[in-house]
Design a binder for this molecule. Structure first.
Ligand code: GRE
Ligand code: ZN
Length: 326
């Protein structure tokens, strides 16, 4: 399919590059990955052309800003990344859009930076890499807590999507993974950490206060589509311990969108469609951690009708971000 849009597509600046090296390890592939993360204009565009991807919404690598302990440094690095990204997008405005990186260490600074990125730089939303650390290594602040309510009010006012991207659990809180390093990262831990964060947002009542908030999850919903029926099934029996007014599935179906980033498998895609509807699913690769060829070949040939493929591959993103691609 030509004209696809991808929206979990990462790049990096030298200041944040080391985070990806830590995440993927220094195996044979690192030199390739580093080159692809740094590049926006050459190899990336060539691959997009090869695999029918017209437009990519670029986002900073992980955890990047969310892993910086010093708030001032986080604010400055986010600004540097966003300004640099704006320059890259401007070189090919027909092929790129941008997500803002945000210094969530300071809710007010994050809201201000998002506003600047949307209003002054023409960005289309934010991508944040899970909980933020602050001040001390052993910290993990989730965005359902009270200090972020003014931030969410600004996101709601700007009416732009917020992509909640995974990060790994911090070292001092990895007790459940002990002795099993393979569980920590993208294979399992990414989904575990991100699904809990998303469920916290639902249970906190955030979406009662701001019903127009739009949260995007990658990896076909970080396993939530598969389990959301059971969440509500159990909570109907024992409806205690949360602050929201409606069922979790209501928020999931009304406030969330998911992408195929890094998850190229028909049964999981069909589960997400069955739980959320075809209009809430969008194609993505998760470049350069995943290969465009694998994502595109799967998507172009998977068992979707032509109409649904056009929606997931392109139109749903055009609608969600209000993209003008003329
Ligand atoms: C990602 O950002 O999605 C990612 C990493 C590292 C490994 C795999 C992966 O940052 O999907
Ligand atoms: Zn990713």
């Amino acid at each position: 399919m030509d004209g696809k849009i991808g929206l979990e597509e990462h790049w990096a600046i030298p200041e944040t590059m080391g985070d990806s090296e830590k995440l993927v390890g220094t195996s044979d592939g690192w030199d390739d990955l580093r080159r692809r993360l740094m590049d926006t204009q050459d190899e990336r565009l060539h691959e997009m052309d090869e695999h029918g991807i017209e437009l990519t919404i670029l986002s900073l690598n992980a955890p990047a800003i969310q892993g910086i302990l010093d708030t001032k440094e986080a604010i400055e690095t986010a600004k540097l990344a966003n300004d640099t990204l704006a320059g890259e997008v401007a070189k090919h405005p027909d092929r790129f859009r941008a997500f803002a990186a945000l210094p969530m260490q300071d809710a007010e600074a994050a809201a201000n930076e998002l506003t600047r990125c949307i209003k002054d730089l023409g960005f289309v939303g934010a991508m944040v890499n899970g909980f933020t650390q602050r001040d001390v290594e052993d910290s993990a602040i989730y965005f359902d807590v009270a200090e972020y309510r003014p931030f969410w009010a600004e996101v709601a006012k700007l009416d732009v999507p917020f992509y909640l991207h995974p990060r790994t659990q911090i070292m001092s809180r990895r007790q459940p993974y002990e002795g099993h390093p393979w569980l920590v990262s993208a294979a399992w831990g990414f989904g575990r950490e991100t699904s809990i964060h998303a469920l916290r947002l639902m249970g906190s009542g955030l979406f009662d206060e701001h019903p127009n908030l739009k949260i995007i999850l990658g990896h076909l919903g970080e396993r939530i589509p598969y389990d959301i029926w059971r969440v509500d099934h159990r909570l109907r029996r024992n409806p205690v311990g949360y602050a929201c007014k409606r069922e979790m599935g209501d928020y999931f179906r009304e406030n969330f969108h998911v992408t195929t980033a890094g998850h190229f498998h028909d049964p999981t895609l069909n589960c997400a469609i069955a739980e959320m509807g075809v209009n809430r699913i969008m194609f993505s690769v998760d470049y350069p951690f995943e290969d465009m060829i694998e994502a595109a070949e799967w998507f172009d040939n998977c068992g979707l009708s032509a109409e649904d493929r056009a929606k997931i591959g392109r139109q749903n993103a055009v609608d969600l971000f209000g993209l003008d691609l003329s």
